[in-house]
Design a protein around this ligand. Sequence first.
Ligand code: FES
Length: 95
Amino acid sequence: MPIVTFFPSQKTIQVPSGTLLFDAAKMAGLPVASSCGADNICGKCNMQVLSGAENLSNQEPTEISLLQRDKNSTADRISCMTQVLGDCVVTTRYW
Ligand code: FES
């Protein structure tokens, strides 16, 4: 099972492949910003990938549109739209 590491806390959690990054952070006990309840609308749950970007699900056009709307880097990931498929290290601007 993939291991997700959260920076800077260094918390780690092992999750089944296909788990949403959003859910992995919650399972690790970390807060995730959201005003839409993970309905793929608010874009507040975006995360920055420090390593393992290749181990995340591909970005769909709707995810890229959300990132562009909020003037975030398109290298960011909307965590409620991103599946963990392998090991990765992620952070947010507020952790
Ligand atoms: S929680 Fe709103 S887009 Fe992810």
